[in-house]
Design a protein around this ligand. Sequence first.
Ligand code: NAD
Length: 427
Amino acid sequence: MNKIISVAIIGCGGRGLGAFGRPMQTRFHDKFHVCALCDISTARLENAGKELGVEEGARFTDENAFFAQKRAELLVIATQDRDHARHILKGLSLGYDILVEKPLSSSREECLSLLEAQKQSGRGVFVCHELRYAPAFRKADEILLSGELGRLISIAAVEKPWYGHFVHSYVRGSWRRSEDSSPVILAKSSHDLDLLQYYARARCETISSTGALSWFKAENAPEGAADRCTDCRYVDSCPYSAKRLYVDRMKNRPDYVFSTIICRPDKPTPERVMQAIRTGPYGRCVYRCDNDVCDNQQCLMRFENGVTATFEMNAFTGNGGREMTFHCSLGELILSEVDDVMCIKKFGREEHEKFSLSSLVNAPGGHGGGDDALILSLHGALTGKEKSATSLENSVESHLMGIAAEESRLRGGEMMYVHGRANPTES
Ligand SMILES: NC(=O)c1ccc[n+]([C@@H]2O[C@H](COP(=O)([O-])OP(=O)(O)OC[C@H]3O[C@@H](n4cnc5c(N)ncnc54)[C@H](O)[C@@H]3O)[C@@H](O)[C@H]2O)c1
């Protein structure tokens, strides 16, 4: 018989409710049952509680009350970046299995202490690296493992978040300040670093990184720009104008995701969106926010088995998506979410094999089907039916890469040994 796993969720925002609670209570109701919720926002808690049918006595605004006892088998942690490590430790001490959003932490010591706590507890901790489960990225892995392209030599990867997404989250939004959330290499790109070590099938030995907040700062504001888009003479011409990004974009899409986010928990209407940008953080001029995270960052990596990789995250991109080129001894594999294509080029052959990435996705859910696939796989792992595609150890590994990359960037691009230097006298 199919086991139904009981679930408690802390953090009922975009991810806690949208990516996990809702699918668990609808599409996967035969596998999961959400029975307890915690969120510091009364409005969000009530909204999630009503939608998921969680009784009032099992809804908490205070995390201490929520963690006073174990309330389910699985704990989903979808709070903000700086809360994850604390919530993992509290959850493990109660004996929960845990699904936690990335990033785990921006501190090397804290990441290692989580690994230690997990080992001691014997519970499962699964980090939401959902791209490992997304069909397109799995297909790439299958092709690499088949050996048809020979040996993997190097990977060139680019993450293109789309300028509108970038300014929403990393200039005006929750991830704009490194100190309050995480450096962008962890907040935005921990998936990419995770995929690189997954494909390389080795630990990262060295990493160096450059990057900066190059554009979204006061000195680049157009002459006479106002502090708020709604008061600004460039409201209809600036590409970063909140009116253009939130109000205009929802004209043909009433449930446009970023407009929905700025009105939560209310449903977005043009009037509500207008009000949100007139008074709230998402209507601020992108050149006059208190942001400090990089808007472009580059990394150079060498893995312990000799595979090398480059990675770039760049805000200045017209379409969102990841692009990866795998350079192998007998051919090249290109995966482009931006152009919705995977292309296999075997050396010495005229014909290239090409197919669309969307043709591989046969399930709803975000991240190219990765979110739903992760939930399904989590059920399999918790019921002992399948081995998880990832582990806390893997996730800590990719976090150590991100932490070392940020250290390198702050030291002007100095090469960092992710696990220390085996022989410090070697150059
Ligand atoms: N895996 C992915 O691809 C992916 C995508 C987006 C976001 N994320 C990560 O998921 C996490 C959540 O992101 P989101 O977009 O859902 O953010 P969000 O702001 O929509 O949701 C966070 C929720 O946590 C609540 N909260 C904050 N502190 C709390 C506390 N101490 N106790 C209880 N509730 C608390 C907030 O009120 C909010 O409702 C972030 O860490 C983010 O980096 C991951």
